[in-house]
Write a protein that binds this ligand. Structure first.
Ligand code: NI
Ligand code: MN
Length: 228
């Protein structure tokens, strides 16, 4: 069975794997790039990489409507739990066997303040191993770091990497990240949401194809990629 990844613009993702619906960083309502109604999103689980508004996004509203379990770093888990949301707190380097697969939190070089100014702990990325053994690395918001090589050693099937620059890696460093991670497939995210992070994803994808072994896939908001 395939795992299907849908990009909703910016860093918002839907993952359908073994019958489970996951949302990652569901920034939808205020996301200029998103073209799906918030009410249409299905979620059994919501993964939140860090506390910034363009990542925690509509987590509260979706979790309240769907009853989804929110998986995130412990500080954000406590913040959400105090608002009546079901959460599972993890932390960097820690993995847990959830019903949908094994999820490990990875390092991210970034900040993580919550929208109300609360402390959100450290930002994270995610390494998901599906029940079928496929590995999906979602970098979150991060700058380039050399330990991406360690993540690559696990054998990454698909990497989702920010290329927007200014707040995260730009195209050049994202290309270096592909060399460290050596994924089979890569999808660029966190670009063109606003002018400040405008990039040409096709030009980046061509460089990936020419200079690395990875296959690059540029998605339109709402478009899906089948990982097999
Ligand atoms: Ni951020
Ligand atoms: Mn961001």
């Amino acid at each position: 069975m395939n795992t299907q990844i849908t990009w909703y613009g910016h860093s918002a993702l839907g993952i359908e794997t073994s019958g489970y619906h996951l949302l990652v960083d569901p920034y939808i309502h205020d996301n200029p790039a998103a073209n799906i109604a918030l009410e249409k999103l299905r979620a059994d689980y919501i993964l939140v990489s860090h506390g910034h508004g363009d990542h925690i996004g509509d987590t509260l509203a979706i979790a309240k409507r769907t009853g989804a379990l929110v998986i995130t770093v412990n500080e954000i888990a406590v913040w959400l739990r105090n608002k009546g949301i079901k959460t599972h707190g993890q932390h960097l380097g820690g993995g847990f066997k959830h019903p949908f697969g094994y999820l490990k939190l990875t390092l991210a070089l970034h900040g993580s303040g919550l929208p109300d100014g609360s402390y959100g702990g450290n930002p994270a990325g995610f390494l998901l191993t599906t029940l079928e053994g496929k590995k999906i690395y979602m970098a979150g918001d991060t700058g380039l770091f050399g330990d991406m090589r360690l993540i690559g050693e696990e054998g990454v099937d698909l990497a989702l990497l920010p290329i927007g620059d200014n707040y995260t890696m730009g195209p050049d460093d994202a290309l270096r990240a592909v060399r460290l991670l050596q994924p089979r497939h890569v999808i660029p995210i966190h670009y063109n949401t606003w002018g400040l992070i405008a990039q040409d994803p096709q030009a980046w994808a061509q460089r990936v194809q020419a200079e690395t072994q990875a296959q690059a896939h540029v998605l339109q908001p709402g478009e899906s990629f089948q990982l097999s």
